[in-house]
Design a binder for this molecule. Structure first.
Ligand SMILES: Nc1ncnc2c1ncn2[C@@H]1O[C@H](COP(=O)(O)OP(=O)(O)O)[C@@H](O)[C@H]1O
Ligand SMILES: [Mg+2]
Length: 212
């Protein structure tokens, strides 16, 4: 039996990490074996790529094509080493960001050619798309306010994407909506401007309805 593959998408601060954690708890309570991972990252190679991508760690600005291909390299590695083996043995995979982040950020927000990005994504994942993609939809300003609170309590600093202008993030959010319209059977849009518990209840209903 093949397992199930769920991805979480949405703008900065929309609650992806929070909701994945809660969904893992719910699924594990039901006796399912869950592998939880993230992009970029999720493998030793991918985590090094993440560092390059998030903070210009090599000391020079990344050009758009390098950025795209580094994300894609991380994805291909995650696919081969984690996602496909887990699904093949009947496990469930939850992933924090995936192919749709490439379309929203590099495509709709940076303006790279969408047809090219679709082809590169398909290559990286052998066209094995998620069974369900939860899109946490949140107003851009509200997301940034949440992040400010989080940073006030930690030593982390804003990454390259968080430092982009607000207009960039509006294109990300609108781009996600277009992606959901393009594949309504894969996407479930959850309104994220509510309490953590209310959002989690909708996420649970979506997973239950689509996959259990
Ligand atoms: N529904 C919510 N209402 C208020 N704050 C939230 C909600 N969901 C998450 N947060 C808080 O907002 C911040 C960003 O959430 P996080 O899950 O890290 O978002 P993301 O992973 O999408 O960037 C965290 O400090 C988190 O505790
Ligand atoms: Mg997160």
């Amino acid at each position: 039996m093949s397992g199930k593959f769920i991805t979480f998408e949405g703008p900065e601060g929309s609650g992806k990490s929070t909701q994945i954690r809660l969904l893992v708890e719910q699924l594990e309570k039901r006796g399912l074996e869950i592998t939880c991972t993230r992009e970029p990252g999720g493998t030793a190679t991918g985590e090094q790529i993440r560092n390059l991508l998030q903070h210009d760690a090599a000391g020079e600005p990344l050009c758009d094509r390098s950025e795209l291909l580094l994300f894609t390299a991380s994805r291909a590695q995650l696919m081969d080493r984690v996602i496909l083996p887990t699904l093949g043995s009947g496990g469930w995979v939850l992933c924090d960001r995936f192919i749709d982040s490439t379309m929203a950020y590099q495509g709709f927000a940076r303006g790279m050619d969408l047809t090219t990005l679709d082809a590169i994504n398909a290559f990286a994942i052998y066209d094995r798309k998620p069974d369900l993609t939860i899109l946490l939809d949140l107003d851009v300003e509200a997301g940034f306010q949440r992040l400010e609170k989080r940073y006030a309590d930690s030593e982390d600093s804003h990454d390259r994407f968080e430092r982009e202008a607000r207009a960039f993030h509006h294109r990300v959010r609108d781009g996600y909506h277009k992606l959901a319209e393009r594949e309504p059977e894969r996407f479930c849009i959850v309104k994220a401007d509510r309490s953590i518990e209310d959002v989690a209840a909708d996420v649970w209903n979506a997973v239950n309805g689509a996959l259990l």
